[in-house]
Design a protein around this ligand. Structure first.
Ligand code: PMP
Length: 294
């Protein structure tokens, strides 16, 4: 079955995906010099649109990149991309690159940014694993240090994450768990991590990992459920000895982890706090958000 030709937003115009091309001189392509977001729409609404657009602009600010449009214009462009593609449930990928320059890395050579928005249907990332749980491994490659490239910037330089994923794939795992240079648990290759011990939920602070929007939602949902949640550094010992673990991300949503490095977590089945989180997360995504239609 041939895939539907979606319309892609390219610098203010909608272009059929087969013709939506990036210049080889785009510094996003040449150097990973750009920022992006991953957003989901559910049931005709965009979940946490404002938070994602804010983070996109914060990422841009951190790399001294002027997006060249307002947040309102960006939000409208995202909604319009969904409308022209008749999408009610989708994964949305806005990207802002430094723009087209020359072969040197100097960003001053790029006159204006390029803005692309891709929106496509993308169902659940982990399928049956939401009920059975993921197998995760810690990886040898460390999360890039915040004083080298702050992981809070959602930049187009994702090689650190890809190296982690390659290692996880080679070890037959569903997801990688990154440690930082001091051996503290940072995050997954594309998600934040939560562990549960004796009824308390712990998640690491976000100096060395992405300030996940799903992470923030999960913390809100836990507070609403009156489950104590602490933002605190965690080590690998805490992971191995946790009663439950789940990861959160826009693509991954809320997903249970039941094995780490061959250790069974809790009973080896998703635990009650995690299952409740999966349910609450599904409810909030189905019932809140910015309506796509005007
Ligand atoms: N960490 C990394 C490295 C990610 O790529 C993502 C996905 N954006 C997350 C965490 C989760 O962030 P969010 O919940 O905002 O999607």
């Amino acid at each position: 079955m041939s895939e539907k030709e979606n319309l892609i937003y390219v610098n203010g115009k909608f272009v059929p995906q087969g013709q939506a091309c990036v210049s080889v001189f785009d510094h996003g392509f040449l150097y990973g010099d750009g920022v992006f977001e991953g957003i989901r729409a559910y049931n005709s609404r965009v979940f946490k649109l404002k938070e994602h657009v804010d983070r996109l602009f914060d990422s841009a600010k951190a790399i001294d990149l002027n997006v060249g449009m307002t947040k309102e214009q960006m939000s409208e462009a995202i909604l319009e991309t969904l409308r022209v593609n008749d999408l009610t449930d989708a994964y949305i990928r806005p990207l802002v690159t430094r723009g087209n320059g020359d072969l040197g890395l100097d960003p001053r050579k790029c006159a204006k940014p390029n803005v692309y928005i891709i929106a496509k249907y993308w169902g659940s990332m982990y399928g049956d694993l939401y009920t059975t749980g993921l197998k995760a491994v810690t990886v040898g490659v460390r999360r890039v240090a915040p004083d080298a490239l702050p992981p809070n910037i959602k930049s187009m330089n994702y090689l650190n994450n890809i190296l982690a994923k390659i290692e996880a794939n080679a070890k037959g795992a569903d997801e990688a768990i990154f440690l930082d240079n001091c051996g503290r648990v940072a995050e997954g290759s594309g998600d934040n991590i939560f562990i549960i011990k004796n009824g308390v939920v712990y998640t690491p602070p976000t100096i060395g990992n992405l300030k996940g929007i799903t992470r923030a939602t999960a913390i809100e949902l836990l507070q609403e459920a009156k489950i104590p949640v602490k933002v605190e550094e965690i080590g690998i010992f805490d992971v191995y000895t946790a009663d439950e673990i789940f990861v959160t991300g826009t693509a991954a949503e809320a997903a249970p982890v039941v094995y780490v490095d061959g250790r069974t977590i809790g009973t080896g089945k998703p635990g009650p706090v995690t299952l409740d989180m999966v349910k609450r997360f599904e409810k909030i995504t189905q019932t809140t958000g910015t309506p796509i239609q005007k």
